[in-house]
Design a protein around this ligand. Structure first.
Ligand SMILES: [Zn+2]
Length: 353
């Protein structure tokens, strides 16, 4: 498809289970959200596609949300209706699915389902973001193997220009619809994604907005997918506490397998070195694939100290004091983190002082 610049941009699924039996309307909704994800950085007035866009209302609502007039759609070729694939193997019915990045929040959702004894299938959408895709793939797969949870991998060919903060205009809708279509053959009735949807449109992107999700669930129902998407959320640092509680109640190892470090692989040894030197007990009991210094790693360390991860039992007061002081210094030094640092993060840091 073409966007403003005339450059051809693409987004496709290159590795996935076959979509046997998924209603055509469901596939149509997925194509529509993919188109939305491609055009969201640009808001072109005219959108040319080589397939029919069925749920135009989704794109109209996206445009209106950001104060644009809905675009005009043109079709460049005949609609190609791909031949329905043969029926896949019979899958055991699973009631829940969870979008699974391999990070703390998604690990929490899977563990919570385990605790409730609800069968769940994890869907990992690879290449959704600009960075860390390989690490997230490896971690998410390993987690599901250890926890014996069925795992579906969808590899996205992501040549979109949709990245940075503004990717949240559409990103989570793309994640939700690809997950929904992927798990359709399991007969899933609920797809779990990260929660924390915001009511106020001035304080949230389209794919973080409560009203937009309500509309989206209606579209999913109309597309005959027979499921709904639900956001699950406990908070920021609070989630670390919940995961520690779940580890104890399930006798499951979760924390060491979590992957959400922001640092690039080549930066990691350098960041770690400081923590090994200054806070040897914390470093020794923190996974090798964490840098210790990025926002996500600090969130983890803070939560584990406050919510008493047993692995941190032997951490001396001086190390905690060093961590707190260093984190305050880091907040001052990297003010651009302000957008990402939550009230929960600051409140817990204060408690640790
Ligand atoms: Zn990190």
């Amino acid at each position: 498809m073409n966007v403003l610049t005339g450059e051809k941009r693409g987004l496709g699924l290159v590795e996935h289970r076959d979509f046997a039996g998924v209603p055509e309307e469901g596939m149509g909704l997925m194509r529509t959200v993919m188109v939305a994800h491609l055009i969201a950085p640009f808001f072109p007035k005219i959108v040319e596609t080589n397939f029919g866009v069925t749920e135009k209302v989704f794109i109209d609502e996206l445009y209106k949300y950001y104060g644009y007039r809905p675009p005009i759609f043109k079709m460049s070729e005949e609609i190609r209706i791909e031949k329905q694939k043969e029926e896949g193997e019979d899958l055991q019915k699973v009631e829940y699915a969870s979008a699974h990045s391999g990070g703390l929040d998604s690990a929490y959702r899977l563990a919570l389902m385990q605790e409730k004894k609800k069968p769940v299938v994890a869907v990992h959408l690879r290449n959704l973001n600009r960075k860390g895709n390989h690490e997230e793939f490896v971690a998410s797969k390993k987690q599901c193997e250890e926890w014996k949870i069925p795992y579906e991998l969808v590899r996205l060919r992501n040549n979109s220009k949709n990245d940075g903060f503004d990717t949240m205009r559409t990103r989570d809708f793309l994640l939700a619809i690809v997950s929904a279509v992927t798990v359709y053959p399991y007969g899933v009735s609920k797809v779990l994604v990260e929660g924390d949807m915001v009511e106020d449109p001035t304080k949230s992107h389209f794919s973080e907005n409560a009203g937009a999700w309500k509309m989206f669930n209606k579209l999913i129902a109309e597309a005959n997918l027979k499921m709904e998407v639900e956001g699950v959320d406990v908070g920021d640092i609070e989630t670390v506490g919940e995961v520690i509680r779940l580890e104890k109640s399930l006798g499951m190892e979760i924390i060491p397998l979590v992957q959400n470090c922001f640092s690039a692989t080549y930066q990691l040894p350098n960041s770690r070195r400081k923590w090994v030197r200054e806070t040897p007990q914390i470093a020794k009991n923190s996974s090798e694939h964490w840098c210790g210094s990025c926002l996500k790693c600090r969130r983890m360390t803070m939560g584990r100290l406050l919510y008493q991860d047993p692995r941190f039992e032997s951490v001396p007061k001086e190390e905690i004091a060093y961590f707190v002081k260093d984190t305050y210094d880091w907040l001052r030094k990297y003010r651009h983190n302000g957008d990402l640092v939550t009230a929960s993060f600051l409140k817990h840091l204060e408690q640790l002082r």
